[in-house]
Design a protein around this ligand. Structure first.
Ligand code: ATP
Ligand code: MG
Length: 349
């Protein structure tokens, strides 16, 4: 198998321009150690690109990306660019067109990082968020918005195909982990879409008798993330709930800046895309203070996806050593800069 990887780099906006190069320097370092090669090309797409060109990526942007093995992405968004129409947006386009229907968002304990929870018990679970349908299909409209009868409607669409494929992915993942899957729902009030979701997940669960499967309502789930996060192994959830739960997952780790993620096309018909869970954080951009750990973790997830498992593990060990040594950014109560964190991780490889 060829161990030459073609990586498209899309730093995006804000802190993406700082943490993506930091993360890429770790990738280059591990490639040397593990003796594989990376060829990369960088694209300046995002909200900044939109201000100049009227779109987030060029018309042939997806065709260009398609030729790569994976996309290493930062984040898009600038305060002066309206992001209420995500269908136009870079992230939405890539996720849907490349059928990245799995959003893989792990949550774990970082050694040496203070977290806001009372419990000291280790946390180690993965949120699997359905990434292309559900509440985010953008079907609906505003009707007579200026009149007294005005209304705004968004329709959620959950398809059998869409639920089955993400559920199979999540159950297979649980088989490789602690064999427990909790699916998050709100079928006591969303009586059409989420009862269908529950039903199909139960059907899929029959193929995985070795995985313990239970369900939890989203409201109860948020409480449990805070009170008993150690009970979770694989958390399977919808697009909207997954969006919200991932920020909570980042917060219970100690900072949003700690979360890495993958937008995965399991069939590998298209490249998958790896990015931190947070946004472009324009409020702290350009100061070398952004936390790059989530971005570096995303590089490890990308290598795992490409089959470089040992390299991925080495990055995770080096991250752990660095936080343990107290190399912490401002959001974690330290004073290390973005570049200093990357240098520490590289040294610990
Ligand atoms: P999006 O809509 O793209 O998710 P957002 O509006 O939710 O973006 P973020 O950009 O994620 O917002 O930022 C939320 C807060 O978290 C900001 O105060 C930001 O500074 C902080 N933050 C986010 N990422 C980091 C990071 N890597 N390091 C330090 N602070 C961060
Ligand atoms: Mg956000």
């Amino acid at each position: 198998m060829s161990r030459n990887y073609n990586i498209a780099i899309v730093p995006g906006d804000g802190i993406g321009k700082e943490i993506v190069p930091a993360g890429y320097s770790v990738l280059e370092a591990i490639a040397k150690i593990q003796k594989f090669s990376i060829r990369s090309e960088t694209f300046d797409w995002g909200a900044g690109y939109f201000l100049k060109n009227g779109m987030f990526l060029p018309k042939d942007g997806l065709d260009i990306l398609k030729k790569f093995d994976a996309v290493y992405f930062g984040s898009v968004g600038l305060p002066e660019v309206d992001d209420t129409l995500p269908a136009k947006d870079y992230t939405f386009k890539v996720r849907t067109n490349f059928e990245q229907y799995v959003n893989y968002r792990p949550v774990r304990t970082y050694p040496g990082v203070t977290r806001p929870l009372r419990s000291e018990k280790p946390i180690d679970f993965v949120i699997i968020r359905e990434n292309v349908e559900g509440e985010f299909v953008q079907m609906g409209g505003q009707y007579l918005p200026d009149s007294d009868a005005g209304m705004g409607i968004d329709t959620s669409v959950f398809t059998r195909k869409g639920i089955e494929r993400v559920a199979h992915y999540a159950f297979k993942l649980a088989q490789k982990r602690r064999k427990k899957l909790t699916h998050i729902t709100k079928s006591n009030t969303l009586i059409n879409s989420l009862t269908y979701w529950d039903r199909i997940i139960k059907e899929v669960s029959l193929h995985y008798p070795d995985v313990t499967h239970d369900q939890m309502y989203i409201d109860n789930c948020t409480a449990n993330f805070v009170l008993r996060p150690e009970v979770f192994d694989v958390v399977l959830t919808t697009n909207l709930f997954g969006d919200i739960l991932s920020d909570l997952g980042g917060a219970i780790m100690g900072s949003l800046g700690l979360g890495g993620s993958g937008n995965i096309n399991p069939e590998k018909d298209f490249p998958s895309m790896f990015e931190p869970i947070h946004g472009s954080a324009p409020d702290i951009a350009g100061k070398n203070i952004a936390n790059p750990y989530g971005q570096i973790w995303s590089a490890a997830l990308m290598l795992e996806h490409l089959g470089e498992t040992v390299a991925a593990e080495k990055i995770m060990t080096a991250i752990d050593k660095s936080t343990q040594q107290g190399v912490l950014t401002r959001d974690l109560g330290g004073n290390a800069g973005t570049l200093e964190v990357a240098a520490a991780v590289i040294k610990n490889l």
